[in-house]
Design a protein around this ligand. Structure first.
Ligand code: PMP
Length: 408
């Protein structure tokens, strides 16, 4: 129990996978930024749904189908409340952050043409770069990129200078997955609004680590993945302001998104179902709603404070490792630390750490432009979640010492 009353040992006991061993060693899971682990409550809720309530949603009059529909639509309402969205009509289920962004690019983006611009940043995940490149190729619109500096901070003055009445959409991450930088979201949103651009926030790295209020933010789109929020994979959310969503054409066609179908043409059903063609991930939605209940039972602010304490401790410990360089030293960071160790390729480092039970991600983290900017082929990245603890950091530091012995 910490001074703030955050009982990380109790939290860890909620996650069965943390009791497993890797190569006979205690598992130090430091890859939450790639995918978080699931608490027992989420595993149980999904199994309970499968055992007692499963049928296809929306189309059945029989009791079981109604039970499944209630569970699925109940999850949507839970997510609405979590984000403080105005209406469930603004909550679209997708397969994840990537699909949410592709939905916006392929549906809303259809209206763009030559002379229009989309503004992103240098530290975006590929999911917030490639869909816009594909869109620009199709429409003749132009993709603009805000530079960053060597600490991994966004150049906000350059961002403001790149904005113009040509800017139709500004899309940026709330927290960089490769550097840990927390972006000055409110300032960026205000600047985008001054030129009349719509705004999309990639919240993949933020939702599990800080309080989100889409109405307070006043953004047009907010996207995230369930699996980074202690929920299951294969599910994500697109929040879209209702007035914007209502004006967007459907993107995928099929069951559930139509009102009528004839061979001379089809008409569309109401929001948000118009954007949810096909049978959805029903048990996933139940799992995500339970994951939100779980996170809120810990208290998002308490989790945030815990992760910030770990970040400070780990940053200090890693700085003391000879030959180690942290990549990304922004003033305001989340629980993500990228680093390189002199004379050791990150992939070799990852393999050595794995032998010590330490799970860190090594590679380009789907942010190749960031790797190019810092002139490294890849980094190792340690990231924290609600269950991370001091022992994880100690195990990482000890394993880094072994790696230095092997390559020294
Ligand atoms: N954006 C960011 C900032 C991310 O960290 C990730 C996942 N690494 C994504 C987008 C893509 O998420 P997903 O693979 O769940 O669609």
């Amino acid at each position: 129990m910490t001074a703030q009353g955050y009982d990380v040992a109790r939290v860890r006991a909620d996650f069965p996978i943390l009791a497993t061993t890797v190569r006979g060693k205690r598992l130090a899971f430091l890859d939450t930024a790639a995918s978080s682990q699931r608490p027992q409550a989420v595993i149980d809720a999904m199994a309970h749904y499968e055992r007692t309530s499963h049928a296809n949603v929306h189309r059945g009059v029989y009791e079981l189908s109604q039970k499944a529909t209630d569970a699925f639509e109940g999850a949507r309402e839970r997510i609405r409340r979590f984000l403080n969205a105005a209406s469930v009509r603004e909550i679209v289920f997708t397969r994840g952050t990537t699909e949410s962004i592709n939905l916006v690019a392929q549906s809303w983006g259809r209206r763009l043409g030559p002379g229009d611009e989309i503004l992103i940043t240098w530290m975006e995940h590929h999911a917030n770069i490639v869909p816009w490149q594909m869109l620009c190729e199709r429409t003749g619109a132009m993709l603009r990129v805000t530079p960053i500096d060597l600490r991994g901070e966004l150049d906000v003055a350059a961002f403001e200078a790149l904005l113009s009445p040509r800017t139709k959409l500004v899309a940026f991450t709330q927290i960089s997955n490769s550097l840990g930088t927390v972006l000055p979201v409110e300032r960026l949103l205000a600047a985008a609004k001054r030129v009349g651009a719509l705004t999309l926030i990639d919240g993949a790295q933020a939702v599990a680590h800080q309080r989100i209020d889409v109405r307070a933010l006043d953004c047009d789109f907010y996207v995230f993945s369930s699996h980074k929020l202690y929920g299951p994979t294969g599910l994500g959310v697109l929040y879209a302001r209702e007035a914007v969503l209502a004006d967007m054409p459907p993107w995928q066609g099929g069951g559930d998104m139509i009102r009528t179908v004839t061979f001379s043409g089809s008409t569309w059903t109401e929001l948000p179902h118009r954007f949810e063609a096909g049978t959805p991930h029903i048990s996933g939605a139940v799992g995500l709603a339970t994951a939100i209940d779980y996170l809120e039972s810990l208290g998002i602010d308490a989790v945030h404070a815990h992760e910030q304490r770990l970040l400070a401790r780990a940053t200090q410990a890693l700085r003391a490792v000879p030959g180690l360089r942290i990549v990304g030293e922004a003033a305001h960071k989340a629980g993500v630390i990228s680093f390189v160790l002199e004379d050791v390729h990150p992939h070799d480092l990852g393999t050595i750490l794995d032998a010590e039970g330490v799970a860190v991600r090594t590679g380009h983290h789907c942010a190749m432009p960031v790797m190019d900017f810092f002139d490294v082929p890849a980094t190792a990245r340690a990231s924290f979640g609600c269950y991370s603890d001091d022992a994880d950091i100690d195990q990482l530091v000890t394993a880094l010492g072994h790696a230095r012995e092997v390559f020294g």
